[in-house]
Ligand binder design. Structure first.
Ligand SMILES: Nc1ncnc2c1ncn2[C@@H]1O[C@H](COP(=O)(O)OP(=O)(O)OP(=O)(O)O)[C@@H](O)[C@H]1O
Ligand SMILES: [Mg+2]
Length: 228
């Protein structure tokens, strides 16, 4: 089942002499359970593609269909989509720097996206514990992010991204701050999540050692996607 379809997606920053064509007519389809790697050199448009996919950045042209709904169509009707709500309920984000909320402990960080969609009380607490167990980080549940190692922080960030069982997970260099062993472990977890939850998972990386076992590997170069 197709979760995401991107057609002719372009993104231009600035104009005139300062114009940067960051994405050029990208086409991409991702299905439930797919683990997709997005490779490419620095400046090739990887982060821009994730940000445009989630409409955190406004694309310049093209069309995006997410979960059977047209969420973006330039010069067309895209159905008055509540993108913030879609993001909260159906997308999960994992960034290079984990972006945990510094004054909330691990448990509270994972609870946060649940509270945003109105999940409360015992069912929320149970979900948080289940996620922390899944990430093997239960014994650190009451620690603030600053007291966790880089790998532990990243596992909490992944638990947080999974909290609402998203249809789509977007991960931007999730292993960049980790050593090879821990990086591989995070990739294994993402693979497990794609297969077990049937989430579509797109992972940006520029480390080819990390992409073992991915279903699809795409290369971005100068804003163009090579479906190879
Ligand atoms: N807000 C912006 N304004 C202008 N240009 C931008 C902006 N964001 C990105 N760019 C440009 O768009 C191009 C793609 O940037 P992007 O951040 O997507 O690359 P990337 O592949 O994620 O690189 P890296 O591996 O270094 O993270 C680059 O040329 C960059 O300078
Ligand atoms: Mg980037």
């Amino acid at each position: 089942m197709e979760v995401l379809r991107i057609e002719g997606l372009s993104k231009v920053f600035g104009s005139g002499r300062l114009e940067v064509r960051a994405l050029e007519e990208i086409n991409l389809s991702v299905s439930a359970g797919d683990l997709v790697a997005l490779l490419g050199p620095s400046g090739s448009g990887k982060t821009t593609l994730l940000l445009c996919t989630s409409l955190i950045l406004d694309p310049t042209a093209g069309k995006i269909v997410f979960d059977s709904q047209t969420i973006f169509q330039k010069n067309g009707w895209s159905g008055g989509v509540d993108i913030r709500r879609l993001r909260r309920e159906k997308m999960g984000f994992i960034f290079q720097s984990h972006n945990l909320i510094p004054f909330l402990n691990a448990r509270q960080n994972v609870l946060f996206p649940l509270s945003l969609v109105g999940t409360k009380g015992e069912s929320a607490d149970n979900r948080v514990m289940e996620l922390l167990e899944y990430m093997e980080i239960t014994e650190r549940a009451d620690y603030l992010p600053a007291l966790l190692s880089g790998g532990e922080q990243q596992r909490v960030a992944i638990a947080r991204a999974l909290a609402n069982n998203p249809r789509l997970i977007l991960a931007d260099e999730p292993t960049a701050s980790l050593d090879t062993v821990r990086g591989k472990k995070v990739m294994e977890l993402l693979k497990k999540i794609a297969k077990e939850n049937q989430s579509a998972v797109i992972v940006v990386t520029h480390d080819v050692r990390m992409i073992e076992g991915f279903d699809h590997v795409y290369q971005l170069k100068d804003g163009r996607l090579n479906l190879g």
